[in-house]
Write a protein that binds this ligand. Structure first.
Ligand code: HEM
Ligand SMILES: [Cu+2]
Length: 608
């Protein structure tokens, strides 16, 4: 038997030095879940404060810190890494590759993300967290020491995210198995391509914007000082040129998960595959041309606003294509109502609600009323919680057996599903109305008897349901590790290549690279009566990368230098940067050629 990637080398050191895409995927995944829990806790505290009018559970500043850290954590440190975890895990398997193109870089990306996130979260204990919102608008943000942690934490983790994107793009364009043409790639892989491209083009302006704030805070620059000829609206543009693509780079992989999961549980190939690929690319493209819809009320005039309002509505077209294709995938299929399937199905109406309110917000004159009210909060939470979190949960239940060789408990899973479904509709649906009734967003309290009491109470109760749902999921994961039902290689009667190899896969994934002969290649072989993929190469030596501790040390150096910048201690900056550049030097001059795994002819597999 081939041994799984998990069966050996499980010391802490092995995990700190790993360059295996599956292990790095697992690290991303659990780090993301941890931050998801932290961000969720922050949300619960806010909802307790807002449960009653004039509540004094939290003071205004604490509320603002929790609000800022909630948004930032959920987007950058929870949703992104969990999706990166899936991308790391699934993309190489789906394209029939043994690893990603740059395993060392992959590890570096993870540690940079983690140290950046840790740095920002230490701000709670070091004089207060950032409190100017996840957008960190200037000049407001310049008043808080927490902003230093915000900009430096995001810079460090942002480098990691960019490295990850470069790695995925290179992997997908250069490492596909023979026969895996671009238009045979599964949708999750396609959405990874487009999301990675969005990261490359969107994180660059973010880096620029954060650098401006950094210079203001650390070196007293005057980019935003109107008296000195500065301009604050410039920052809003820079932020949203990043910020709008940011929300799409999260939702596209969610679309990918939904497409793969729906096809599997409809026992049917994805309807309109080619139009799905096209729509994904179109959404990515249009996503860069609509940032001004976040700034309609800034006062840019009717022509600018109209152009961007119409451009925003255009996104509805490719998005509509996707929704219809999902529905047509299900129609006439043999549906399986597994937990993953249920999450995928409920994604469609939820996302639709978020899309419809999005188009409402894009109507400029109406947006003057909606802007900065709870209506906007309801809009993006329908997309993010009703959409992205649903997709992530679908992905967890779908791929867990592949990742760990055991199935999550379906009964507990259904409970998670229903609690979540009730929870987010209760929390967020009423927020549309709270917004229309005049409740501004980002306030820490409100007056009694203004028609807002009941709505806020309902919303807070809903949040408790969601908390219970997530708690059940975590319990499910823990139970599964000890007593979960053992999963076979292909527990869901899958269609794509990850289901053609053992669960969990061996270290090198494919003993022989598979020959891909059709879309849904594994389904195709099953329909031909084959029990395995046809190999595209003879059994031979497999070249594997060596583990390395250097990525962790490089990231640690930046983490240390970060504190040096924040506390204006030049010596700490120098030590930190010396560590980083020193390890980069070591990496450059010491040869690391990897190792080989020899084939075991008798078994027909590689013994490791
Ligand atoms: C049909 C697609 C969509 C349309 C037409 C749309 C439209 C809009 C508009 C016009 C606003 C600005 C509202 C205002 O501040 O007055 C907005 C805000 C927002 N949208 Fe969407 N949206 C769409 C999809 C999405 C998706 C897919 C996501 C997330 C994955 C998302 C997340 C957000 C967020 C986070 C904000 C608030 C940002 C902030 O001010 O903090 N939207 N949307
Ligand atoms: Cu937007």
């Amino acid at each position: 038997m081939a041994t799984s990637y998990l069966s050996k080398n499980n010391s802490l050191w092995d995990w700190l030095t790993t360059v295996d895409h599956k292990r790095i995927g697992t690290l991303y995944f659990f780090a993301g879940i941890l931050f998801f829990a932290i961000g969720g806790l922050e949300a619960l505290l806010m909802r307790i404060q807002l449960m009653f009018p004039l509540n004094d559970f939290l003071d205004g500043s604490t509320f603002n810190q929790l609000m800022t850290m909630h948004g930032t954590t959920m987007l950058f440190f929870a949703a992104t890494p969990i999706l990166f975890g899936f991308m790391n895990w699934v993309v190489p398997l789906q394209i029939g590759a043994r690893d990603v193109a740059f395993p060392f870089l992959n590890s570096l990306g993870f540690w940079l993300f983690l140290f950046g996130a840790l740095l920002m979260n230490t701000s709670f204990f070091l004089g207060g967290a950032p409190e100017a919102g996840w957008t960190s608008y200037v000049p407001l943000a310049l008043n808080y020491s927490g902003t230093d942690f915000f900009v430096i934490g995001l810079q460090i983790s942002g480098i990691g995210t960019i490295l990850g994107a470069i790695n995925f793009l290179t992997t997908i364009f250069t490492m596909r198995a023979p026969g895996m043409t671009l238009l045979r790639m599964p949708m999750f892989t396609w959405t990874t391509v487009v999301a990675s491209a969005l990261i490359l083009f969107a994180f660059t302006p973010l880096t620029g914007g954060l650098t401006l704030i950094m210079f203001e805070r650390l070196f007293n620059a005057s980019f935003f000082d109107v008296a000195a000829g500065g301009n604050t609206v410039i920052y809003e543009h820079i932020f949203w040129i990043f910020g709008h693509p940011e929300v799409y780079l999260l939702v596209l992989p969610a679309f990918g998960i939904i497409s793969d999961v729906l096809a599997t549980f409809s026992t049917k190939r994805l309807f309109g595959y080619h139009s799905m690929v096209f729509a994904t690319i179109m959404i990515g493209f249009i996503g860069f041309m609509i940032w001004v819809h976040h700034m309609f009320t800034v006062g840019m005039g009717p022509i600018t606003n109209s152009v961007f309002g119409i451009a925003t509505m255009l996104v509805g077209i490719p998005t509509g294509i996707k929704v219809f294709n999902w529905l047509f995938t299900m129609i006439g299929g043999k549906l399986h109502f597994t937990t993953a399937g249920l999450f995928a199905m409920s994604f469609i109406p939820n996302f639709l609600i978020g899309g419809v309110t999005g188009v409402m917000l894009a109507a400029v004159s109406a947006d003057y009323q909606f802007h900065d009210t709870y209506f906007v909060v309801a809009h993006f939470h329908y997309i993010i919680v009703g959409g992205i979190v649903q997709a992530v949960f679908a992905g967890i239940f779908y791929w867990w057996p592949k990742m760990f060789g055991r199935k999550l408990n379906e009964k507990l899973g259904k409970w998670t599903f229903w609690l979540m479904l009730i929870g987010y509709h209760m929390t967020f649906f009423i927020q549309h109305f709270l917004g229309l009734w005049g409740m501004p967003r980002r306030v820490y309290t409100y007056l009694p008897n203004q028609g807002l009491d009941m709505g806020n109470f309902i919303s807070s109760m809903g949040a408790i349901f969601m908390g219970a749902s997530v708690l059940l999921l975590v319990i499910n994961m823990i139970i599964t590790f000890f007593r979960g039902e053992v999963a076979e290689a292909d527990p869901w009667n899958g269609r794509t290549l990850e289901w053609a190899i053992p669960s969990p896969p061996p270290e090198y994934n494919f003993a022989q690279l598979p020959l891909v002969r059709a879309n849904d290649p594994w389904w195709h072989e099953k329909m031909q009566g084959n029990k395995a993929m046809i190999p595209a190469e003879p059994l031979g030596e497999i070249h594997m990368p060596n583990p390395s501790i250097l990525p962790l040390i490089m990231s640690l150096g930046l983490f240390i230098a970060g504190y040096g910048f924040i506390y204006h201690k030049l010596i700490v900056v120098i030590i930190g940067l010396a560590i980083t550049f020193g390890t980069m030097f070591v990496r450059s001059v010491v040869d690391d050629l990897g190792h080989h795994i020899e084939p075991d002819e008798k078994e027909g597999v590689h013994s490791v």
